[in-house]
Design a protein around this ligand. Sequence first.
Ligand SMILES: [Mg+2]
Length: 387
Amino acid sequence: MKITKILEKSVSLNSNVSNSLINFSTHTVSLIALVTDQVRNGRPVIGLSFNSIGRYAQSGIIEKRMVPRLLAAKPDSLLQDNGQLSADKVLECAMQNEKPGGHGDRAHAASGLELAVWDLNAKLNDEPASVLFARHFGNKNYSPKVSVYAAGGYYYPGEQAGRLEKELSTYQNLGFNRFKMKIGGATLVEDVKRIERVLSVVGAGNKLAVDANGRLNLEQAIAYGRALQPYQLMWYEEAGDPLDFELNSLLAKEYKGALATGENLFSHQDVKNLALFGGARIDLDIFQMDPGLCYGVTEYVRMLVELESRGFDRKFCYPHSGQLMGLHAVAGLGLGGCEVYPGVFEPIGGLGDQTTIDDGVVTISGAAGFGFEEKSNLMAHFAALTE
Ligand SMILES: [Mg+2]
C-alpha cells in the first residue's frame, strides 16, 4: 500500500468571537486528505483530517517540508506489520531533519498528517477511529460514550444584556449539563458578574469551568483565584502563560480548587515539565493537551505515559478540541471527557449532524474513521479538496 497524493487546503472558521487574548474572525485550519492506492467500492480510500482549532492553517509547513518527505519515502518504510500505514512512522518521516524542541506550528502541521493515518486505517477496517485507538493502545475498557461539556461564554462585539444567559440555556436545551466560559477579557469585577449571570442559569459552581486563556500575570491570577474560590467551580483554566510553570505552581498553592492547563503544550517533554514543575495536584488538576495540535495521537499517548509514570490518572485529561477527532481520542484512550463548542468554530468545530447530547454524554456513531462523512458542512470542504 502506498500514499499517492497528499492534499491540503486552508479553510476559515466562521466565528467572530473573542477570548481574553484572541479574536477568531481571521482564524484558519488546514484540511488534509491522504490519498492511497487502496480501493473500496471503486474509489480510492482517503484518510481525512485537519489540525485542531485555534492555531491557524499550516499550509507552508505541510506543503513545503512534510509532504515532500512523505512522498519521497520508500512506501514500505511507512508501513506497520499488518500492511497498513503506521502513524508512528509517518510522523517520524514527516519530522526528518527537524531539530528537537521549539514545538510550535510544525506540531500542528504534523498532527494533521498523523491523524489522517488513523482515519484512513479505521476506514480500511470499517470501524470508528475510537475503536481502532482502543485496540491499538490496549484500552480494555472502551466505551463509545463520552462525557462532554459545552465550551462557550466568549466575549462578543456589542454584547446585549441577557445574551450570555440565553447562550447557556441554549446549551442546556441541547442536552449539556456542564459548561465553560471565558474570563480575563474584562475587569475582575465585570467577570465575577458574568460568572454570577451564568451560575443563575446553570445552578451550581461544579457545573461551570472558567478559562482565562493564559492572559493573567501571577498577581492577577491569584486575585482571580481568591474571587473564584467561593464558587467551587469545576476548574480554573489557563490562568497564566501556558509555559510559566512557576506561576501555575504558585497559583496551585493558593487556589484550592482544580486548575486546568496543557492545551498549548505540544510535546511529551513539555508535559513532563508541567508534571514536574507546574505544581499539578494528583486527582484534582486537569490536563488539556490536544492530539490535533501536538503531533497527533502518537505523541499524545507519550504525554499520557509521562503523566501516568508520575501518578496522574488519564481520567483527568480533557483535551482541548471541540471536534470529532478529539471525541474519538477521548473514547479510544479512555480519557475523562471532551469539550464541544456548540455553534462556534464551524465547519471544523462540532460533531455529526445527527449527534445528540444526552445528559452531557455523546455516543460515538458506528461510522468508519472519525465520522466526518456525518458532518455535512465539513464534508463539503473535504469534497472540494478531493474532487
Ligand atoms: Mg482553553
